[in-house]
Design a protein around this ligand. Structure first.
Ligand code: MN
Length: 264
């Protein structure tokens, strides 16, 4: 692209952003014009999440995840929560899929692990966000699973390698529909639980998160510029375990409802 073309593209994008900014979130904005660039491949699809009570969709930008955000899970994972804080990792945005589609048992593993998590969806962002202001950036909350290829994670941990391959695989984040803050308020406490084939395996409370949603947003924004559309999986409580084909996982969060995911 020439400098002139780049400049023209930048102006176009700025114009689109201005239009989007002036319109309610979720509105369908057609920005196709004669200036639209011709991509050499099909443009990747927009990844989105359903929203309870509306046919509007939440477009997903980045997918951040918190690790070891509940003390009892940190301990079961071999960490000392008094010594090591929670941490972040990332999944690709197209790891996000509707829970209702089920979760195909992934390739390259024989140890597939469930992790029940609350997901936070941002309507705005920034850097170095004040914890006291952080909840003002939240659009909605939802229920998700952070599926993990545990055998690959153990290999990565033993070799001190990045564990992306164990966490960031295709369809590794089944999600339910979002509940907006406007309709449902902020989900800062309440029971979070998970069952496999009807047997409860995880049973905790959002209030036991080591980094609250406010703190998680504030700390994450010290490392990344957060943006509208970003989502944060806020970590799993204790009781993680493995599932097999045919198992049915249910995850519930008080105030947000339940999702059901079949391993197919
Ligand atoms: Mn997790």
């Amino acid at each position: 692209m020439s400098d002139q073309q780049t400049e023209s593209r930048r102006k176009f994008l700025t114009g689109s952003a201005a239009i989007a900014g002036a319109t309610a979130l979720g509105a369908n904005i057609n920005t196709a014009t004669a200036q639209e660039p011709r991509y050499v491949l099909d443009v990747p699809p927009v990844i989105s999440m359903e929203i309870n009570g509306t046919s509007d969709l939440f477009p997903v930008n980045r997918v951040y995840c918190l690790g070891r955000n509940y003390a009892a899970h940190a301990i079961e994972s071999g960490d000392d929560p008094t010594q090591t804080p929670p941490f972040f990792f990332i999944k690709p945005r197209d790891a996000v899929v509707p829970a209702s589609e089920g979760h195909p048992y992934p390739q390259a593993t024989s140890e597939l692990r469930y992790e029940a998590e609350m997901v936070v969806a941002l309507k705005s962002g920034g850097t170095n966000i004040d914890p006291a202001d952080a909840l003002n950036h939240v659009y909605a909350y939802g229920i998700s699973l952070d599926m993990t290829r545990e055998d690959l994670q153990h290999v990565a941990q033993e070799l001190s390698r990045p564990w992306a391959i164990s966490k960031s695989f295709d369809k590794s984040a089944p999600v339910g529909p979002l509940s907006t803050v406007e309709d449902n308020g902020h989900a800062v406490d309440g029971r979070i639980w998970l069952s496999v084939n009807g047997e409860v395996k995880q049973d905790s409370d959002l209030a036991l998160q080591r980094w609250s949603v406010s703190e998680g947003i504030a700390i994450l924004s010290q490392y990344y510029e957060l943006r509208a559309g970003d989502i944060i999986l806020t970590g799993t409580p204790e009781g993680i375990g493995l599932v097999n084909k045919g198992d049915v996982i249910k995850v519930g969060i008080e105030s947000l409802g339940e999702i059901e995911v079949e391993i197919t």
